[in-house]
Design a protein around this ligand. Structure first.
Ligand SMILES: [Zn+2]
Ligand SMILES: [Zn+2]
Length: 193
């Protein structure tokens, strides 16, 4: 494990969030409250009350700012972005073991609106990435026509493709075909007379 499990979990949430955006997905996948509720469910947010249009707007705003961290030119630029996000929340760090998860730290204040929850916990997860000197683990998919993001949590930093399943496979197939083409003898009929 590269980071603590709650940090890695929050990073997974950041990736999922960014990949709902038009800039990454090519289309808006967080179009309404139903989509936001599905996002909350699949990332197992705890302690989220009724969601409103204001929550949706705030979450989409955060999505842009988190995406900017992935695309930051250098560490100081990423630091500026992350500090701005976490400075806006009323953080109240506390240990919790909700839903059968082992003890971990939440940064958001209990009862905080969804956007604040996201800004505090995901913002701090990104802060840990920078403080561990691991910013280069935040990546954009290496497939040429894919703008989705990923966090490389592999020990040897070898992950290049997003989670969409298709990308990694697609690129492996392309690489395999290219190798085969190279290995194959020249096509019949190409012999010069
Ligand atoms: Zn938790
Ligand atoms: Zn991809």
């Amino acid at each position: 494990m590269i980071f603590t499990h709650d940090t890695e979990y929050a990073l997974g949430t950041v990736v999922d969030l960014i990949n709902t955006g038009p800039a990454a997905a090519g289309t808006e996948l967080l179009g309404d409250l139903a989509a936001l509720r599905a996002f909350v469910r699949r990332n197992r947010f705890s302690d989220v009350g009724d969601l409103t249009g204001a929550d949706l707007a705030r979450v989409r705003g955060l999505r842009e700012r988190f995406h900017a961290v992935f695309r930051a030119e250098d560490v100081p630029a990423a630091v500026r972005l992350i500090n701005e996000v976490v400075a806006e929340v009323r953080a109240r760090p506390h240990l919790t073991d909700h839903d059968g998860y082992d003890w971990h730290v939440h940064f958001f204040a209990p009862g905080a609106p969804m956007g604040e929850h996201l800004a505090a916990d995901c913002g701090m997860a990104l802060a840990y990435v920078v403080s561990a000197g691991e910013l280069d683990r935040l990546r954009t998919c290496a497939a040429p026509d894919c703008e989705r993001v990923l966090v490389d949590l592999s020990r040897n930093r070898c992950r290049r493709y997003c989670d969409s399943r298709t990308c990694g496979n697609r690129m492996h197939v392309a690489a395999y075909r290219a190798r085969r083409r190279e290995a194959e003898p020249k096509a019949v009929g190409s012999t010069e007379h």
